[in-house]
Design a protein around this ligand. Sequence first.
Ligand code: IPE
Ligand code: IPE
Ligand code: MG
Length: 256
Amino acid sequence: MVDQHNNGKGKWKQLLAQVQKNELPRHIAVIMDGNGRWAKKRGLPRIAGHRSGMQSLKNMISFSHELGIQVITLFAFSTENWKRPRWEVDFLMRLPEEYLQKELPALIEKNTVIQAMGDLSQLPESTLAAVENAITETRHNTGMVLNFALNYGGRADILQAVRNLCREAKEGQLDCREIDEALFSRYLCSRDLPDPDLLIRPSGEFRISNFLLWQMAYTEFWFSQVLWPDFDREHLLQAILDYQNRERRFGGIKNT
Ligand code: IPE
Ligand code: IPE
Ligand code: MG
């Protein structure tokens, strides 16, 4: 049992002691949400929330690395986020570049593999260049995979897979009868990554906002009121502990 009453600084250590290291979620997906509300609560502009969210991201990555998580997918910008005011979109588009400029050397040092998924062709040139450079620089690494969802939408992902399959079928490279779940998965932006075991969504919203629709068929969901800039290792450990207390049946029945 997690001791809910111990709010002292050492609480994360107590939580860590309860984590079963051989039962960690292999792939954690995160919807980094609540930056705007975090800023509003403090009378700050929304971009201050995004900046602070970047610090949360750094902390989560470094702690996940220490824990031994294999894959993290981070929802950084959705296909629907273009609806936001121009100044906010511009700021969000610059963030990956800023993040990579500062963090890439440390990520390389830690043997991290950087990947990105989504329609990257719509990103500003300098953002795309920074992301592509990070992917190239880390492609031979063998450690934790950091997968950034940039201009990503679950429906758009499924549609681009369908279009590519149709094209290959039309060109005679593919027999439609060969299309099964495993093959279809390889046409999605997530390609060879395992499906997420755990989805973390902070900010008090109980929805997946067009994130990994196909890939999350059997993902365990963890929702919390905490706003992303306040998300810390205690929350991550709590999410992992909750995950470890779930019984994943995948449609079967409990093992007896
Ligand atoms: C998440 O925080 C960041 C992105 C969507 C890129 P929000 O900006 O959505 O923050 P809220 O939901 O308005 O608080
Ligand atoms: C989801 O958050 C997208 C990202 C975190 C990148 P949103 O803030 O866009 O989601 P909604 O609009 O509340 O569903
Ligand atoms: Mg939001």
